[in-house]
Design a protein around this ligand. Structure first.
Ligand code: GAR
Length: 201
């Protein structure tokens, strides 16, 4: 049994969860997560992984002095990446606009610890090729009255893992895909950090 003060130390907010973010784009979700946890201190983003050398998310990593890795298909499928990720002892792997399929080797190595955000109400508007503006174009073209976000666990199949949270917003008849994207991003920036905090608790 630990003396009381050591138990207190271990159980207090001084224990910080480590998050690894995978992202391919601008990184506005990554930025929202970084900012949220900088303020509440329960977690920190310890590594950012991107498949695009010119992704905006890497500018955020540099600005925030967060280590980052740029990967290709070969490194994504290799064992070295898993070892590098393990070095950061992640509590969660957070996909935030990561446009490649996560290989089964990573899903297996971090079973139940990988989550994704999708900019629509799954199972609608999901699957291969359904990402970013493609989703919003499809939702607006179909004249949907409602869209939203889905936060879900990642398994070997695109957009198929168990759903953790969905949040909805209206789609106005006059909406362009860009206007819908802005509304969806607002939902994402609010709910993704809070869903992560919930999963860590
Ligand atoms: C987000 O809207 C996210 O839901 C979407 O990419 C965008 C990334 O924006 N993800 C997918 O479409 C995954 N299928 P960000 O780079 O500004 O965070």
């Amino acid at each position: 049994m630990f003396p009381h003060h050591i138990r207190y130390f271990c159980g207090s907010s001084l224990f910080m969860h480590s998050l690894i973010i995978f992202a391919s784009g601008a990184g506005s979700n990554a930025a929202a997560i970084i900012t949220y946890f900088k303020q509440n201190g329960k977690a920190k983003v310890s590594l950012i992984v991107s498949n695009k050398a010119d992704a905006g998310v890497l500018d955020i990593a540099k600005r925030e002095e967060i280590p980052f890795l740029i990967i290709n298909k070969q490194t994504l499928n290799g064992t070295l990446l898993i070892e590098q990720m393990n070095d950061y002892k992640p509590s969660l792997i957070v996909l935030a606009g990561f446009m490649w399929k996560v290989p089964a080797s990573i899903v297996l190595a971090f079973h139940g610890k990988i989550i994704n955000i999708h900019p629509a109400l799954l199972p609608g508007y999901g699957g291969k090729g359904m990402y970013g503006h493609h989703v919003h174009n499809a939702v607006v073209s179909a004249k949907e009255k409602e869209s939203g976000i889905t936060i879900h666990y990642v398994n070997e199949v695109y957009d198929d893992g168990n759903i953790i949270l969905q949040a909805r917003c209206p789609v106005q008849a006059k909406d362009t895909p860009d206007e819908l994207a802005t509304r969806i991003h607002r939902l994402e920036h609010f709910y993704y950090p809070r869903a992560i905090e919930f999963l860590l608790s």
